[in-house]
Design a protein. Sequence first.
Length: 662
Amino acid sequence: MKLLRAKPSQQTVLCVALLACAGCRRREFVYREPEDAYRALATEIEYPNAAVPVAPQAAGTPPPPRIDSVEDLQIWPLGLEQAVRIALANSQVIRDVGGRVISSPATVATVFDPAVVESNPVTGVEAALSAFDAQLATTLFFGRNERTLNNVFQGAGVSSLDQNIAAFRADITKRAATGTQFSVRNFTDYDRNSVPIPPNRFSSVYDTVFEAEVRQPLLQGAGIQFNRIAGPDARPGIYQGVLLGRIDTDISLADFEAAVREFLIDVERTYWQLYFAYRDLDAKVAARDAALQTWRAVRGRLEAGLPGADGESEALAREQYFIAQADVENALSGTAVSGLVVTTFGGVYTVERQLRFLLGLPPSDGRLIRPQDEPAAVDVVFDWEQSLGEALVRRVELRRQRWAIRRRELELVAARNFLRMRLDTVAQYRWRGFGDKLLGQAATTNNSAFQDLFIGDLQEWQLGLEWSTPIGNRVGHSAVRHAQWQLARQRALYREQEREVVRQLSASFSELDRAYQVTRVNYNRSVASYQRLQAVQVKYEVGESLLEFVIEAQRRAAEATSAYYRSLVNYSLAIMNVHRARGSLLEFNNVALAEGPWPQWAHASAARQARRFRRRHMDYCCTVPGNVSYGPVAAPARIGGEPVAPEEGAADAEVEDLPAPR
């Protein structure tokens, strides 16, 4: 192959042509970017530019206290009730000592959760009510047509057609709670074409129609109950009515109450753990001081050359002192396992830091919280029958499940509606207007479309039925069976939850009895251990006992003291668990939950609705003829029992029987 001489641009074209020819060797040219610049940008970790500044409380936290600086800290005596109040005031996020807010923040409960469910634009109450809002839709189009006609008779004697058109549509639709659909429409069309006046009457014409339509479902989709459960545009298995939206809100409120209850349990448990940490520290400090005195006594006897003291005894006493000193430091600061601080009965610093986290306080601020309240030391007795009745009624888990059952019951009612055929009655009425102009007044007929409309000569109406149904209706039957199985499942879960509630209540009663008995035993053990320690020390001083027995007695006395205070804390926690099992923990801690206050416009709207739907009493004897008096009506209150008889002087008042609960 011979390459001819050519200019550089021609050589480039020849090279491309030669590469495209068959039999030529193809060579690939790859453009490589600088590796450092591209890889540095592609692999760099990006940080979102979110408008969330760092809180000053977090950024300005002082360092944690050291063991040797405990004397510089200010003691803050704190009561349990005050701790609960601070925790609830500082907790938009329901905290837990496990740090779940870091590992899985999506599962953490917050005070915003009920509002998030309430305002959900798909399943919320307002979203369900929006299906009954009036809908306004309008369109306006302009167009031009240019056509050549093959048939001159079709074009009214012309072979080509030039046409300017416009179309306006406006529609207002409102759905009522009964399923009735009201519609008001307007259709206005404009047409100007090149067809000559004969046979056309006008060169341009406006045609306007106002139509009113009422569509009422008679079988499927009819009724206030169905539309409030499923919504007006429901399908089998997809129900988004206002009643279900409110149930979702109530379920979210129950979940929030359960989260608050568990939060209070964490606060109270940590509070009593901090109480035990201080008592455990006091016991270990007493053991250390006793070991120090023993070491000094042994060393003094060794230096004085008294019998019963040697180097081995002095070393043993010294070792016991340093062991006790290490226990004191661990009891003050807390221990660690694999880098994770032990949270169950840890040191004072550790548990105090956990309590600060639950209270929403910084980890350190120059103060050291010390529990002010004392745990219960008396025998607290709960009535079993009363506690069992309260647990089966007040437990938030059962109340939440009852809401779930009610939801499935309403869904079953809606599903049965889809077993019916679709039969709607439709009524339409139209007013028409036709003219050369859209607006204006003229003496001739059809000169203005809206003038012709208001004259009312062109009126139409239509009345009829629309019927449709799937043959076999398998989806309707499947929806009913699905709703029945869902309801059966929720009821079975409720029965199992009742058994679990009874089991938890029984276990809490047993734990309460055990904790109290163990507290008494540990108190007697503590008294006995100190009596033994005093006896052993007396024997050692007169040379009738060994040093090892003294050291062992000191260790056992410290352990007995810690065991007693631990049993006291366990007894207080057992009382708390009984209240939790009964469903009375919030009341026991003087905590009440309520939904937010209504805005002012909601109060005004409720007052208007109350006046609108109040019962009217017709007074024919005490008013001027022709006037109607809406006087007070003696409507008796009824809660469960028979209607209360009206008061004297209200014999003509109507007594309305309330429907029986379902």
